[in-house]
Write a protein of this length. Structure first.
Length: 176
């Protein structure tokens, strides 16, 4: 891990703001994709409630690793360390985060009472950059696909184009 420069802090903010999806890993388990909003120098997330994204391993006072993807290419751009803080429902920080997140929440079935449901059933978490950047890995970290009995479909039978488009009939009538 390296301490960030002013330019790198600006990159963390701009890249995270523009990316609609970040990969967060806190505690045990692998990184998880989460949607977020950027507010006052930190990423804010909502989850762990019915109909919302899971936030496993993100404990109040803990640390997390945040990987940001490039908006135009979708590839890994940078990975930064964050301090995790759970915001208390009803607090000024929670209200500001919930208002920002509500604008980013797509397809909410209960948009009129969304923040009330979040206060009662979900967690709002703030990920503030610590100033540490992880170096990018040398390899892609891609995993092989899981084994499955599913297969691709068979090749198209040779006679199918003639049946569908009547190619055989034209030749038989002398049109081809």
């Amino acid at each position: 891990m390296t301490r960030t420069t002013l330019l790198e802090r600006a990159l963390i903010e701009e890249a995270t703001k523009k990316s609609g999806l970040i990969w967060v890993q806190g505690g045990a388990g692998g990184p998880r994709p989460v949607w977020h909003a950027w507010l006052d120098g930190a990423a804010v997330l909502v989850g762990d409630g019915p109909g919302e994204q899971p936030l496993p391993g993100l404990a109040d006072g803990g640390e997390a690793s945040v990987t940001v993807r490039s908006k135009d290419k979708g590839g890994r751009l940078l990975t930064w360390r964050a301090e995790v803080a759970e915001l208390a429902p009803g607090s000024e920080a929670w209200e500001a985060a919930a208002a920002e997140l509500k604008g980013k929440r797509l397809n909410a079935p209960d948009s009129d009472r969304l923040t009330g449901r979040w206060a009662a059933e979900c967690r709002v978490v703030r990920l503030a950059p610590t100033g540490d950047l992880d170096p990018l890995p040398d390899s892609s970290l891609a995993e092989p696909p899981a084994a499955t009995p599913a297969t691709t479909r068979d090749a198209v039978p040779a006679a199918l184009p003639r049946l569908l488009f009547g190619l055989g009939r034209r030749k038989a009538r002398g049109e081809g």
